[in-house]
Design a binder for this molecule. Sequence first.
Ligand code: ZN
Length: 335
Amino acid sequence: MSGWNLREGNLTQLGVSDDEYWSLFNYVFSDACKKTNTYKFGLIKSICDQIYDVHDSGTILFLSYEKIFSKFAENYWNLVNKYKLKQMSYNGKSEYSKIEVIIKSAVENYEIPENVGFQSLSSSNRNYITKNVTMECKKYVVGALYNDFEGKLYAFSLKGNGIFLSADSYRFISKYKMEIEKLNYYSWARFLEKVNDDDALIRLLEKLDMATPQRKDLSMYRDILFNEFQESNCFYCGKKLDKTMHVDHFIPWTFVKNDNLWNFVLACPKCNLKKSGNLVSHDYIVKIENRNSVVVDSRSFSPIVQVEFDGYYDGLLDRMWNYAKMSGIRERNCV
Ligand SMILES: [Zn+2]
């Protein structure tokens, strides 16, 4: 059975080793694993990009469809609309997958100009696309990928609100997210090379990477950090901040590929630019974790702060720092 028509599935095995997970991932990336479109690559990327957003209640590790597919929709928007990359092999009836049809019809119906990035769309257009992409993909890819992983990666129900990772799969993906991402890009690129013209394939890996662009507008986070958390000094050098302050991903964007309030600090431009995509010394972990503990323990912060801290727990940044370091991200003293 291909699995695409599965409505639900439980975790079939606990205590899955890293070797077993590598074997399963390598199978999914191989040609032996059937793919008529690129949805499976899109879902893997979306889970990896949001692995540190998983809600950990102590016994359950939950990632909502809403989070998974909003990232998924953004990715496909940029791949299809901005980079003109076809995502399906001709099936005898059409050369476009349903997602491409959803995106192309949104562009036509709402008269959206060419090359507009997903984040520049109006929120109603973004919601429309995300909603339709979610409906389509939930149905066709969640069960299929579940089946390819023999039920060892996550449990799911299409009637529910998301997927449930096992403790082992959560640990595995957190640890090897950059390695998985690279293998995923390689297989995705091989698929795209078969179905696209040479023109669209120029700088293909860069396009796959840039389909989840780094946000330029982090002003919402700046306001919360400055006004609500009352951070008026550079997190690194302690200098008084002025209007030129930067919002810094403490664990670099290159590793997390996501925006989380608990991973943001305010920095002076000098420290931020010097730090760039690197890690800072492990000594700063205590400082940021203390800041975050105050937020978690206090009930006085705004609802948006509570939502942003949903997946956060004490010790998470320490683990991320170690995994980022293991993935080859260097330490740099920015002060
Ligand atoms: Zn500074």
